[in-house]
Design a protein around this ligand. Structure first.
Ligand code: NAD
Length: 462
């Protein structure tokens, strides 16, 4: 157990204003592994002031120099990849291999992508008799969740810094340790004091104070739709720019011409990955009714293999929530073909990899985001029916389409109301814009579109 002190504000670790702490718990064995300060409005104010003070110089720093600092950050993160993976495994509970391959590797790739983009992006353009300057939005508040704890932060910090913004980060209460590690890396990378600031604390206290602070020009939030809605309301009151990455309930549409076994196996793996705590997970599998029984059998067999291979969910509350959804699925008439609500192990916040068959589109488990290792399989009659079901939720973050040939899959994907679609198992691309249609969010992260979020234009006419 380690008591971590201080907040990273203005380029140094400063004592927190208050005495309260947040306990960090290892979800595998439920042991307290550390504490961090529970920041208050006072800490937030100090951090925002530091970010404001640093803004003019950082905004005026040539993009190539900002690129060099981001490249240095990428290198420090790469040198500390093992430490990152171990830290995420300790506070999130994900298996070490997954932490190495995803939780450590993806932020390094994203930091690297913005080092390149900062150097090559056109911050100035000509149109007719005007020159348009792309200028930083200003001081950014970044509020992030625990599911990909470092990635979610770096996906905001790297583009914001590339754009010339300064930032205050409020990480999720469950996973503050890797955020502290990032602050150390920022320091080592030589990023000037006040450009990056970190305040740990509770959402309704530190998070809210940050979103409400008049010295913040933009709030970039990733988390639940419920909190996102509140943040958007607060931002609207002060006419602040807001970017929201929210929940999802993505559809994995398997068309009759697809390789069924492959589509089902990859689909199950997608949902079980990170213990189902992925906003873009394909939690609804849509299968033609003629192939339904076969798909259900394949999925049940695939899910059984994940029994002791997936980690726990993040905390006891989340475990109870996911189990509650599984009980609700049973109560509403869905058929359990793998897993179930009962505890898998005595210790740790584990949930059995669970698959439901005979799910209908109106059921709670087909509509609401569960955020655990739970897959619902639905049947459709024809393509129009599949499209209606796929688009029939308030969310629109991601999805997948499988078909015998790509053109058929693309034609279907173009009709889906969602921000990204993987065609026949297409890989994650850290340069492609990521974000939601409908209630899955506002704005885009990653790549050049993610950089543009942190810029505003000024047109000069000649
Ligand atoms: P959450 O909304 O409870 O918390 C997210 C962050 O908001 C945390 O840092 C929390 O402390 C803070 N917060 C909570 N209340 C606040 C308030 N009143 N004011 C300001 N900040 C506040 O979400 P979570 O449970 O940590 O994360 C899971 C959710 O995140 C899921 O719904 C998931 O889909 C979503 N998510 C979305 C994306 C995406 O890119 N669209 C990515 C990852 C996670």
């Amino acid at each position: 157990m380690k008591a971590h002190d201080g907040m990273y504000i203005g380029g140094a670790w400063r004592p927190a204003a208050g005495q309260d702490v947040i306990e960090v718990v290892n979800p595998v064995d439920e042991r307290v592994i550390g504490t961090v300060p529970a920041g208050t409005a006072e800490d937030v104010d100090a951090a925002v002031r530091a970010a404001r003070a640093a803004l003019p110089a950082w905004a005026a720093t040539p993009p190539t120099e900002r690129a060099a600092r981001l490249a240095a950050l990428r290198d420090v993160l790469a040198a500390r990849a093992d430490e990152i993976a171990e830290t995420v495994t300790a506070e999130l509970g994900s298996p070490l291999k997954f932490s190495q391959a995803v939780h450590a590797a993806v932020p390094i790739a994203v930091a690297g992508s913005y080092a390149e983009l900062a150097a090559t992006y056109s911050f100035e353009e000509k149109t007719g008799n005007s020159v348009v300057h792309h200028e930083p939005v200003g001081v950014v508040a970044a509020i992030t969740p625990w599911n990909y704890p470092l990635h979610q932060i770096v996906a905001k910090v790297a583009p914001a810094l590339a754009a010339g913004c300064t930032i205050v980060v409020k990480p999720a209460e469950d996973t503050p340790l890797v955020a502290r590690l990032l602050a150390g890396a920022v320091h080592e990378a030589g990023i000037p004091a006040g450009v990056f600031n970190l305040v740990t604390g509770l959402g309704p206290v530190a998070g809210q104070a940050l979103a409400e602070h008049p010295g913040v020009d933009m709030v970039s939030f990733t988390g639940s739709t419920a909190v996102g809605r509140r943040i958007a309301a607060v931002a609207a009151g002060q006419v602040k720019k807001v970017a929201l990455e929210l929940g999802g309930k993505s559809a994995n549409v398997i068309l009759p011409s697809a390789d069924l076994a492959k589509a089902v196996n990859v689909g199950v793996a997608n949902v079980m990955s990170n213990s189902g705590q992925t906003c873009s997970a394909w939690t609804r599998m849509l299968v033609h009714r003629h192939q339904y029984d076969e798909a259900v059998e394949l999925a049940a067999t695939a899910a059984a293999k994940y029994g002791d291979r997936i980690g726990p969910v993040v905390n006891a509350k989340q475990q109870a929530r996911v189990r509650g959804y599984i009980e609700k699925g049973v109560a509403e008439g869905a058929r359990l073909v793998a897993g179930g609500p009962e505890a898998q192990r005595e210790k740790g916040y584990f949930v059995s990899p669970t698959v439901f068959a005979d799910v209908t589109p109106d059921m709670t488990i087909a509509q609401e985001e569960i955020f655990g290792p739970v897959l619902s399989i639905l049947s459709y009659d024809d393509e129009e029916d599949a499209l209606r079901i796929a688009n029939g939720t308030v969310y629109g973050l991601a999805g997948a389409v499988w078909a015998g040939d790509e053109e058929e899959a693309v034609a279907f994907a173009r009709r889906m109301e969602t921000g990204q679609v993987d065609i026949n198992g297409g890989r994650f691309n850290p340069l492609a814009p990521f974000g939601g249609y409908k209630q899955s969010g506002v704005g885009r992260e990653l790549g050049v579109h993610g950089l543009a979020e942190y810029l505003q234009t000024k047109s000069l006419q000649f």
